[in-house]
Design a binder for this molecule. Structure first.
Ligand code: IMP
Length: 206
């Protein structure tokens, strides 16, 4: 009689250089059970790095390299943000601190809506962008991009997600991202697309 041996796969540990719990949760859901995701939330002892780059790529690389230099294990960082056409691409790489040193997601949204108050619906087009920089255990780097197109509505709706989700509308459904469940957001979002590309690389590198 032949016996089939159960194959138990051990999740692969990978670090993500963020303290944003929402991002960690989104990324963990996309990577799935095959990966053990660790983040800076597990390492309160490490200092925050200054995001001094002038592009999503440069900031993601700064964050990923800083963590890799400490753990010397597979790491990645994402840098993401919102580009609004009527604001010449702002807030862009400054999305997180858009409303200043005391920024919160609510203050960022209020500032955005004030800046767009006289802009008509057809000119409120925008996109989220995400760039991931991944560094393997040997120090070799790869990067992945994701884009999510939509437009900015004139008042917040919904309670899911984070950041600008309550004012970013998905054209196909007319819903804001904060009105979508997590799985639906991940299937169409900038971060979802970039993480799926990273996951493909990791699975092929097995
Ligand atoms: P980061 O942590 O430097 O990448 O900053 C990202 C900032 O861009 C966040 O704090 C949000 O303001 C905005 N952002 C990025 N991704 C999203 C998203 O999926 N939904 C809403 N806002 C986002």
């Amino acid at each position: 009689m032949t016996q089939t041996k159960a194959v138990r796969t051990v999740p692969r540990q990978i670090w993500v250089a963020t303290r944003n719990a929402h991002k960690v949760q989104e990324i963990a859901e996309i990577l799935g059970a095959g990966f053990l995701l660790r983040s800076l939330l597990d390492r309160p002892d490490l200092p925050d790095v200054e995001e001094t780059g002038s592009s999503f790529y440069e900031n993601a690389a700064i964050k990923a390299r800083s963590l890799w230099n400490i753990v010397r294990e597979p790491v990645f960082a994402d840098d993401s943000g919102l580009e609004v056409d009527a604001l010449d691409g702002r807030p862009g790489i400054h999305s997180n601190r858009y409303s200043g040193p005391e920024h919160t997601h609510e203050k960022n949204i209020s500032k955005l809506l004030v800046e767009l108050r006289s802009v008509p619906p057809e000119r409120r087009t925008a996109r989220f962008r995400c760039t991931i920089v991944y560094i393997d255990a040997a120090g070799s780097e790869s990067s992945f991009d994701g884009v999510f197109d939509g437009y900015i509505c004139d008042e917040p709706r919904g309670t899911e997600g984070f950041g600008y989700d309550p004012v970013f509308v998905v054209p196909e459904s007319g819903k804001t991202v904060a009105e979508l469940d997590a799985a639906t957001k991940n299937s169409i979002s900038h971060r979802g697309r970039a993480v799926v590309a990273l996951k493909r690389l990791l699975e092929n590198a097995r």
